[in-house]
Design a protein around this ligand. Structure first.
Ligand code: PLP
Length: 451
């Protein structure tokens, strides 16, 4: 039977109808219809090209349509598209060998999931099973994922809708490390990193703490890079109290910060490292929860009460092998560090031009530009409550203006996260920052005393 007839909706009608499937503030939301992507660019249905200045969700590390990763997916689909997680596979062995090479030394047992949030759920369960303790300390300026355990440990307002019943019990929050706008009103270095010392104080007073989870460089919540003493001191505090340290490198891993993993900047080895996103340059969903051999040994004779049908799914592992090899072949970890210095210089210039920029900060190709109404008071244009209530945010207006000019950037409450694919050229960095420069006129007009 010929199923095409004139009453059948067209692709664009279907796109409009299923717009609501994008699950945003739904009324009036019209997502861009994307049809293609290559390198640092993606293309909409009208053929317009956009520079991807945030690698989508800070995940397309190698850029779009990397041929080696695509080939690995194709070949694995032909060879062994699925087998249950209880079997050994070539692809799992090969990836594990590569992971031993690139992960901080000592992380040697791998649980493969299909997202970052699941990697964190595994980390929490492992921490609780191994220590026999319950509580997890997380920090306010953080995001660890959307499932019940990870959202419970998320400090940002995406947690609010789940308070208090829809989240796991036992998660408590420590102050974040934020030297631009310190939650303790301190100044580095006179503060002697009081924020991390306070975590020790919390552990002593809480008892029953199984683990501390941190993003070593906080991602969506503002690319907060800790001072050099912070992570080593946190490692020490955890050791002193027999508490496990979980490093959530879902966003900061895979060269984003100019090292394979952000913890490598400080020579810190966490007990558990979780990651996802760039592990496959995001073409296929894969999460990883890596533990030390000591933690893994616990399960030699204890029941591992966790797992997924899609755990260690061969189709997710093959592209990770290709992505790691591509990072090595193109020397992208070093390139991220070098281009990060280009970004630093250009963003510093941009800040000097715009009173609406309160701070630019970052490491490698991982940067934030934070907007303020007033550089002295650091008052933001929008708050967390504005975000949740659906109030139009200034950063979103600026991001929309940049889209008109062919540059995509991630905006979050009062800052932008600039995290392009690691293959970006200096010229493309210039194109992205020119669009930001132009669009910042919107913020400059709204400054205190001018609006
Ligand atoms: C630091 C961090 N952890 C966890 C997650 C959750 O990862 P996923 O969206 O793959 O579940 C994210 C997602 O943005 C993240 O940035």
């Amino acid at each position: 039977m010929n199923r095409t007839n004139s009453t059948e909706p067209s692709v664009s009608e279907l796109t409009a109808r299923y717009t609501y499937g994008t699950w945003r503030f739904q009324k009036g939301w019209e997502p861009l219809h994307v049809v293609d992507a290559e390198g640092c660019y993606f293309v909409d249905a009208a053929g317009k090209k956009y520079l991807d200045f945030s690698s989508q969700l800070m995940c397309v590390t190698l850029g779009h349509k990397n041929q080696a990763v695509i080939k690995a997916i194709e070949e694995q689909a032909r060879k062994l598209p699925y087998i249950g997680p209880g079997y050994a596979t070539d692809v799992r062995a090969e990836l594990s060998k590569l992971l031993l090479d690139v992960l901080p030394k000592g992380l040697e047992k791998f649980f493969f999931s299909t997202s970052g949030t699941e990697a964190n759920e595994a980390a929490f369960k492992i921490a609780r099973m191994v220590t026999g303790k319950t509580k997890i300390i997380a920090r306010y300026r953080s995001y660890h994922g959307s499932t019940m355990g990870s959202i419970a440990a998320t400090g940002d307002p995406r947690r609010w809708a789940m308070e208090p019943a829809g989240k796991i019990p036992g998660v408590i929050f420590a102050p974040e490390v934020n030297c631009y706008d310190c939650p303790l009103n301190h100044h580095y270095p006179e503060c002697e990193i009081a924020c991390v010392e306070y975590i020790g104080h919390m552990i002593e007073n809480e008892s029953d703490v199984a683990a501390v989870i941190v993003e070593p460089v906080v991602g969506t919540n503002g690319v907060l890079v800790p001072p050099k003493e912070y992570m080593p001191r946190l490692r020490q505090i955890c050791d002193e109290h027999s508490v496990l340290l979980i490093a959530d490198e879902v966003m900061s891993g895979w060269g984003r910060t100019g090292k394979w993993f952000a913890v490598d900047h400080w020579g810190v080895i966490p007990d558990i490292l979780t990651t996802a996103k760039g592990i496959t340059t995001a073409y296929v969903p894969l999460g990883l929860c890596a533990t030390t051999g000591k933690i893994a040994q616990y399960f030699d004779d204890h029941y591992f009460s966790h797992g997924h049908t899609y755990e260690a799914h061969p189709l997710t592992l093959a592209p990770a092998i290709a992505a790691i090899n591509e990072l090595k072949r193109m020397n992208l970890i070093e390139r991220s560090r070098q281009m990060g210095e280009v970004m630093r210089a250009k963003l510093t210039d941009l800040k000097s031009k715009h009173l609406s920029i309160g701070d630019v900060r970052g490491i490698g190709l991982f940067w934030a530009a934070e907007l303020v109404k007033n550089q002295e008071t650091k008052e933001p244009f929008n708050t967390m409550s504005d975000k949740i209530s659906g109030k139009p945010l200034l950063v979103d207006k600026i991001a929309a203006e940049m889209m008109k000019n062919g540059v995509f950037i991630q905006a979050w409450i009062s800052h932008f996260v600039i995290a392009p694919p690691l293959i970006i050229t200096e010229e493309e960095i210039g194109i992205g920052l020119k669009a930001l420069d132009d669009a910042l006129a919107i913020a400059d007009r709204e400054l205190d005393g001018r609006g």
